[in-house]
Each structure stands twice: as structure tokens, then as C-alpha cells.
Design a protein around this ligand. Structure first.
Ligand SMILES: N[C@@H]1[C@@H](O)[C@H](O)[C@@H](COP(=O)(O)O)O[C@@H]1O
Length: 235
């Protein structure tokens, strides 16, 4: 894993932009995006940049089950507001949170991912080490699937909702196997609340108890961390 330490998430966004620039230059055609507060400065840098995404296909990691695309808390809405309305993409694939046939939706997403392999997957990390919505205990061998969210994730994500009761209890997520299939992975983590998850991801044993620890096996992972998120790593 290549680790880049930055002062803060603003600087992190600028470093991430350099990585996107290099990736697009090397003819990448498919980008995988993430949601949450972490990638926001990266999206701001992409928006301000001269990068052209009009020939780029994008995927998103996950979506809440039960939320319509235009629901303000949906990840569709997040992507629209924070990136897509400013930068035009060729096509953007997201899981449909209100699909009537859940199994067909999952199968379809896997087929799309197989057809358009991801060149660069952006990730955040949950405080419990989850990536996408692959919670502790998730199999390393799963592709897209439906997950029940843990209490800690529901609590952490409730800050985006009026109250905790409104946080959906289920989500669709690309699985660990789909994430590992990306040619390159960029994970960003900022703030002391992520320090223990970062430690377990980088220096802990590889275990499903910390889903992000599997990234130790991927040949091309870059971490952008601020000093607080990196504070528990041994030098
Ligand atoms: N499904 C998302 C993850 O993709 C994200 O990485 C995580 C951390 O969010 P934040 O960046 O807001 O800390 O939250 C959610 O659970």
C-alpha cells in the first residue's frame, strides 16, 4: 500500500486530483465512486479541474434499499449534487434502491461490472473498517449483494438524516470481490474517528472483522490520510 499523508482533506482532494489526472492520461475509461463526507473535497477538485469525463463510465459502490433516486438522502442524489450536475459523464451506473426484483438488480449490476471493469475505485472507510457497505463479517468472496447495516453504521450515518429512525436498515453494495477487481484503488480517510480502522486496515491481521484489511492483498492501493487518521500507525 502506498501511503500519502496530507495536512487536511483539502490537500487530500488535491492529491486525489493528481491521481485522477494520471489515471485518465493512461487511458482509463471506468471510474468507481464512493459517497459519504470523505470524498467531497476530491469531487470539488474534479469539478474545478479541466478533466473531461464525457467518455468515462462510472459506477457507485452502494445505495440504500428503499430510497428513490430523487430522495435527498439517496446516493443517487448525492452523486448528482456533488459531481454529476457539474461534470458530464458518458454513463453513470448506480444500484436502484427501489428495484422490484432485488435479485435481478444485483445480477444486472454484476454483469455491468464484468462488462466494464473499473480502472480506479475510490473508497472511504467506516469507523468499523467497512468499505462500501461491506460490514465486519462480510465474506471476502462476495460480489454485489444486499446487506443489513450494523448499529454503528446506522448511528454514524444518521448525521445525514433528520433522525436515526429514518436511516434505512438495508443497502445494496458492491462486494469485496467486486472492489478488489478494480485495477487501482484510492482510499481516503480523514480525522481521528478513522484512526483505529486505518490501523487495522494497514497493520492489522487480514480478517473479515475488518473488511478493509483485505486491501493488503491488492497490488495497487493508494491511501490518502490526514495526520489524525494516520496517528495510530507505527512509523
Ligand atoms: N457506504 C458509505 C461508505 O462508502 C463510506 O466510506 C462510509 C464512511 O463515510 P464518511 O466518509 O462520511 O465517514 O460511510 C458509508 O457507510
Amino acid at each position: 500500500m502506498k501511503i500519502i499523508i496530507v495536512k487536511n482533506k483539502i490537500e487530500g482532494g488535491k492529491k486525489a486530483l493528481e491521481i485522477y489526472r494520471a489515471t485518465l492520461k493512461s487511458n482509463a475509461r471506468v471510474l468507481g465512486f464512493a459517497t459519504g463526507s470523505t470524498p467531497l473535497t476530491t469531487y470539488q477538485e474534479l469539478i474545478k479541474s479541466d478533466l473531461d469525463f464525457s467518455q468515462i463510465i462510472s459506477f457507485n459502490l452502494d445505495e440504500y434499499v428503499g430510497l428513490q433516486a430523487d430522495d435527498p438522502q439517496s446516493y443517487h442524489h448525492y452523486m448528482e449534487e456533488n459531481l454529476f450536475k457539474f461534470k458530464k459523464f458518458k454513463t453513470s451506473f448506480l444500484l436502484n434502491g427501489v428495484a422490484v426484483d432485488e435479485k435481478a438488480e444485483i445480477r444486472h449490476y454484476d454483469q455491468l461490472l464484468e462488462k466494464y471493469p473499473i480502472d480506479l475505485q475510490l473508497l472511504g472507510i467506516g469507523r468499523n473498517g467497512h468499505i462500501g457497505f461491506n460490514e465486519p463479517g462480510s465474506s471476502f468472496n462476495e460480489r454485489t449483494h444486499k446487506v443489513g447495516l450494523t448499529e454503528s453504521t446506522i448511528k454514524a450515518n444518521s448525521r445525514f438524516f433528520a433522525d436515526e429512525v429514518q436511516v434505512p436498515r438495508y443497502a445494496y453494495s458492491m462486494g469485496i470481490k467486486s472492489i478488489l477487481a478494480a485495477k487501482q484503488i484510492l482510499l481516503e480517510a480523514y480525522g481521528s474517528s478513522k484512526a483505529s480502522a486505518v490501523l487495522r486496515m494497514v497493520q492489522g491481521p487480514m480478517t473479515t472483522a475488518c473488511p478493509a484489511s483485505i486491501l493488503q492483498t491488492h497490488p495497487n492501493v493508494t491511501l490518502i490520510l490526514d495526520e489524525a487518521a494516520a496517528s495510530q500507525l507505527s512509523k
